[in-house]
Design a binder for this molecule. Structure first.
Ligand code: GSH
Length: 79
């Protein structure tokens, strides 16, 4: 399943979550939201895979990306 790493209070994460909802993609079935707050395993994954701690961060198999706009475009291909 697509994994989207987010943090509470992150407006770029909220933008991705709102766009996903508008596309009628459902959290828990179409994608999984994972907390990447300081001290979480999610943050470690983001850093290990992407090289930065920035969120939102998407992982879908071998595909991974930062940048909310790119993530939204990617999700559009998964509707
Ligand atoms: N241009 C990026 C900006 C993302 C961004 O600035 N995210 C903040 C949190 S809202 C962040 O992760 N900053 C760096 C960090 O905390 O390591 C996007 O549109 O996704």
């Amino acid at each position: 399943m697509i994994q989207i790493y987010v943090r509470k209070g992150c407006p770029f994460c909220k933008k991705v979550e709102t766009a996903a909802a508008t596309m009628e993609l459902v959290s828990g079935s179409d994608f999984e939201l994972i907390d990447a707050a300081l001290g979480t395993p999610g943050r470690d994954v983001v850093l290990k895979v992407g090289g930065k701690t920035m969120v939102p961060f998407l992982i879908d198999g071998d595909t991974s990306m930062y940048e909310s706009a790119d993530i939204i475009e990617y999700l559009k291909t998964k509707r």
